[in-house]
Design a protein around this ligand. Structure first.
Ligand code: PMP
Length: 374
């Protein structure tokens, strides 16, 4: 009976493999968990204390749908100095995920095409399908670079939106200045909306962060506090772009999420004084340890941002490899097929303590050297 009740859009989504891995992980003792995409450090203490103060001082009712003004004003100032667009505005959202939901609901009609780079962050494909649109994939293997010519070839009369994510989940690769400039100008020239997911903006290890919004004033930018301040459970993000588009997203937020968590918005004002650069430096070092540790064992594109690496599976496919790693070594990884039309790679999240990282590298070396007889 429930089959008849459920809307068709529910069938468009597979169950989340990542969720399944989290469930397995919770049951395993003494696991080596390189599957979780969230920082392992704590929310900076002054921000935590500000959250307690905000709750104790009665900031517990709704906030305006677009978020509290002091937080928007701080973000506006930061955005004005680097992004193009005179009428750019910002609203606070329920995580970066909330920002992505609002953007897709505000921009994409059923039957539209949305260009995604393969591999992609899982949520993009799901959202596009939920609104009855069609994902169009632009392959970035083997180097995970953006090729504007490939994007141009993927554009049709139905193309409504391009979604780009740099630094990237799952590859850890940050797109270059030239790639992003070419993409930004292509979207501008063809009149196609461009949504840039910049949640890993703070995690750039080899070159300063670049946004397509530095070249295209109409770029819509989804961003958030989850990764920069290690607060994914707080569900706070933001989105900025042309004011007429942001205004429509505020309307959608009013009728759906209502507002982002109110006391936590006040707490995040403290982020203005928080210095996370020691954490970023620590993650850069972890990146180096990982890359060096796997160098002679895996084909790996050197990650330059976020906290992921996406090596090629040396034998079998991603699913077989990650299941074997789990069964044999209690090592948790995510198969590449979760993020891609191919299942040839696997994702490592290295936002972990050094002990876990070193154990993980040791197991990965054994796995590469000793394939089981399949
Ligand atoms: N975009 C990307 C690329 C991500 O990796 C994530 C989190 N894994 C999100 C968005 C969602 O972030 P949030 O927790 O702020 O909703």
């Amino acid at each position: 009976m429930f089959d008849r009740w459920l809307a068709h859009r529910t069938a468009a989504l597979g169950s989340s493999v990542i969720e399944h891995i989290f469930e397995l992980a919770a049951q395993l003792e003494d696991r080596v968990d390189l599957s979780i995409g969230q920082p392992h450090f704590e929310v900076p203490a002054p921000i935590q204390e500000a959250a307690v103060r905000a709750i104790r001082s009665g900031r517990n009712r709704y906030s305006p749908s677009q978020g509290i003004e002091p937080l928007r004003e701080w973000l506006r100032e930061k955005i004005r100095s680097t992004y193009l667009g005179d009428d750019r505005d910002v609203m606070i959202t329920c995580g970066t995920s909330g920002a992505l939901v609002l953007a897709v609901l505000a921009l994409v009609n059923p039957g539209d095409q949305v260009i995604l780079f393969d591999p992609w962050f899982v949520v993009y494909e799901a959202l596009v399908k939920l609104v009855g649109a069609e994902p169009v994939y632009v392959d970035t293997y083997p180097n995970f670079r953006i090729d504007p010519e490939k994007v141009e070839r993927a554009i049709t009369a139905r193309t409504k939106l391009i979604i780009v994510n740099t630094p990237n989940n799952p590859t850890g690769v940050a797109a270059t200045h030239d790639e992003l400039k070419a993409l930004a100008l292509l979207a501008l020239d063809r009149g196609i909306a461009l949504l840039s997911d910049e949640i890993y903006r703070a995690y750039c290890y080899d070159a300063p962060f670049v946004s397509p919004g530095h070249f295209n004033p109409f770029t819509i930018v989804a961003d958030g506090f989850s990764k920069t301040y290690a607060a994914p459970g707080w569900r706070l993000g933001f989105i900025h772009g042309p004011k007429p588009i942001i205004d429509q997203m505020v309307k959608i937020q009013q009728y759906t999420f209502v507002c982002p968590p109110h006391p936590l918005q006040w707490a995040m004002l403290q982020a203005q004084d928080a210095d996370v650069t020691p954490h970023i430096a620590d993650y850069r070092r972890k990146r180096d340890v990982l890359v060096e540790g796997l160098a002679d064992y895996y084909r790996l594109v050197r990650p330059t941002g976020a906290f992921y690496a996406f090596p090629e599976v040396p034998w079998a496919d991603g699913k077989t490899f990650t299941e074997f790693a789990l069964r044999q070594f209690r090592l948790l990884l995510v198969p590449g097929g979760v993020f891609s039309r191919r299942d040839t790679h696997f994702r490592i999240a290295y936002a972990v303590d050094d002990n876990t990282l070193v154990r993980g590298i040791e197991i990965l070396r054994q796995l590469a050297k000793n394939p089981p007889s399949l």
